[in-house]
Ligand binder design. Structure first.
Ligand SMILES: [Zn+2]
Length: 323
């Protein structure tokens, strides 16, 4: 369960039951005195059990432990509210802290979902069962805000903060230039394509994400330590694959619109998804919700690049190819 990836740097696989991601990687760095935990797991019993026994085995004292959280999603941030003590510093980014402090996003995106064609009853079900809502951090968290190029030093390691918006508005990675390791959160994963979703009209997360990929491409990295699944080398090759994936998806959206104008939900229903259900109708509402968010991020990207246009017809937003 515990793997020593590098001297004094350990990986604990924290299970995510009934979740296609299976587990989240929490990285623990032991310094002299102070330790650092990077990402934590969801705020649920199953995560806490594995984390506690792992920390016990590593003899990590939570009273002398700080945290770095890559982004706001519950599988990374959720458990920090149970692990942090009065003496812990929790390093976090400003944009995601703002999202948390601005309250529940679920009501806000109900309207956005509605005008983009997501059926109201299914939206309700998707939100009710959303793990991000059920297993999020509890109570007020006091964050120590870090930004681009800030350093976090622990033991032999000196990490540089790298802002990588896209997967979330404030997603942040850690780079250790001497050891050439890169803690990637959900920015680059080896056998999963990170979810890039849009939930409000004033953002273009896919554009940001592609830009963040280019930024990381240039770094001198020997080993990537991702938020899920195994560590990997060859980050440049993986980044090229991810960019290619988004290119293919964009082309798929355009070819769907060639057959006629549609709303975002209709477009999502016609895209190909790597899921084991026989038809779109059989997708659980939560999966439709993820698919829908990804589709809209592509629509926004294509709209800004002037490949497509959108028009509000009554209560509905409809997309078409740009003439
Ligand atoms: Zn995430």
């Amino acid at each position: 369960m515990i793997e020593e990836v590098l001297p004094n740097l350990y990986k604990i696989e924290v299970p995510l039951p009934r979740n296609p991601l299976q587990a989240i990687n929490s990285y623990i760095i032991k310094g002299q005195g102070q330790s650092l935990i990077i990402d934590t797991g969801m705020n649920r019993e199953e995560c806490m059990r594995v984390m506690s026994s792992g920390l016990k085995e590593l003899e990590v004292d939570l009273k002398k432990t700080d945290f770095f959280i890559t982004h706001l999603h519950a599988d990374h941030l959720g458990l920090v509210s149970s692990l942090a003590t009065d003496t812990s510093t929790i390093y976090f980014n400003q944009p995601d802290a703002n999202s948390i402090n601005s309250g529940s996003p679920w009501e806000k995106n109900a309207r956005f979902a509605g005008i983009n064609g997501f059926p109201e009853d299914e939206h309700k079900k998707a939100i009710e069962n959303h793990p991000g809502r059920i297993y999020s951090a509890r109570g007020r968290l006091d964050f120590h805000i870090v930004k681009e190029a800030d350093t976090i030093s622990i033991g032999d390691y000196s990490f540089k903060c790298i802002e990588t918006p896209g997967h979330t508005r404030g997603h942040m990675c850690l780079y250790e230039p001497n050891k050439k390791i890169f803690i990637s959160g959900d920015h680059i994963l080896i056998d999963i394509t990170p979810n890039i979703s849009l939930w409000s009209d004033d953002e273009n997360p896919l554009r940001e994400y592609l830009h963040s990929l280019d930024k990381v491409y240039d770094l001198d990295i020997e080993l990537v330590l991702p938020g899920h699944r195994s560590t990997f080398k060859n980050h440049k090759e993986r980044i090229e694959e991810l960019k290619h994936h988004h290119q293919t998806r964009a082309e798929e959206v355009l070819s769907i619109l060639e057959k006629g104008n549609k709303n975002a939900f209709q477009i999502a229903s016609q895209m190909t998804w790597d899921l084991s259900y026989e038809s779109w109708e059989l997708f659980p509402p939560s999966q439709k919700w993820f698919a829908f968010g990804e589709t809209i991020s592509h629509l926004k990207y294509l709209e800004e690049r002037r490949k497509i246009q959108k028009e509000t017809q009554g209560q509905e937003v409809v997309y078409s190819l740009k003439e």
